[in-house]
Design a protein around this ligand. Sequence first.
Ligand code: NAP
Length: 374
Amino acid sequence: MAASARILVLKHLHGRTSCYFNSVRSNRMVSSIRAYSSKLSPPSKGVVYEQHGSPDKVTRVIDLPPVEIKENDVCVKMLASPINPSDINRIQGVYPVRPPLPAVGGYEGVGQVHDLGSAVKGLSLGDLVIPSPPSSGAWQTYVVKEESLWHKLDKDVSLEFASTVTVNPLTALLMLDDFVTLNPGDAIVQNGSTSIVGQCVIQLAKLRGVHSINIIRDRAGAEDVKERLKKLGADEVYTESQLEVKNVKGFLGALPEPALGFNCVGGNSSSSVLKFLRQGGTMVTYGGMSKKPVTVSTSAFIFKDLTLRGFWLQKLMNTDRAVDCRVMIDYLLSLMRDGKLKYEMELVPFDKFPVALDKALGKLGSHPKQILKF
Ligand SMILES: NC(=O)c1ccc[n+]([C@@H]2O[C@H](COP(=O)([O-])OP(=O)(O)OC[C@H]3O[C@@H](n4cnc5c(N)ncnc54)[C@H](OP(=O)(O)O)[C@@H]3O)[C@@H](O)[C@H]2O)c1
């Protein structure tokens, strides 16, 4: 690309106009911004994509210029941010809501207040905050947003958990609350049980005295994975191939037939979830990791009168429930602090982004959630 063509206006970073450009141009641009702005963020480093496609092909880490800090704005130095499947889908261009291009990747994370606009009253320098609701652009070292879009956390929470608490643990909690009334002694069934959502479902269900039947992909070392999930509180864990039978009642053991199932995967794996459900049961689909459709047998509809629902956090967080969600996030963080909610993560320095991305893309086998540390 010619040097002059490298100046790209990123109209949509943090909802305002910004630019990135090569070093020759940067000083001139910064001084022209200074001419009309009283406060600026530090320059940032971010993961940017200019077109949709495979994330390992279309993303690059580049320098981003300072942006204006308006009177109600808070400038946050990002500390950590995960690579979630939906981040990958946004970059691929297959997520229903995508930031306009060019865009900075990432959606949730945690950071520390670095600078404040003159009218900010509720936050102070050094406060630990998460974007709430989360929004695109978390994979950069400094983020500027209005005060109301940050949620302050207690300082004693671990960075990894704080950076990941919104998208997956909150999804698990909301799905357990929103669809079927569960009482102690009831059971739920889910696939994708090794995912962060799945691990949180196991632990949050257990805390309510609700049993969980869990389905995982076949793999070498499946027994170790089963043990690990059982240590988290899973009652039963089966591989997908174990459940390739017509009737799964024999796999229930002493557990009641579940009224609620969660589908993270689709394809045959979702059929296994359906097979476990009791008469009138509900399956909630929230992920499509296998990229295969959910198919339901005619007999399951007629004779079991099943209900199929869907869950999408992003839609819910743009409603009045966003306020409740902050209370739920604080609850989840308190569980994490008390050691009652946990999951494996791998902290990766930001300059190792390509390796973390390959792991998150599944190119190097199954790995714990990759957390970028800025
Ligand atoms: N609808 C919503 O609002 C919402 C909110 C949060 C998350 N989600 C979705 O929930 C799902 C899990 O997210 P997460 O961040 O918790 O996951 P994660 O921790 O990143 O783990 C990925 C999970 O996907 C499984 N997986 C990967 N490739 C697969 C394939 N080809 N077939 C079957 N399973 C596969 C992995 O299983 P292995 O252990 O076998 O590798 C693992 O369980 C994603 O689809 C995500 O988009 C949806």
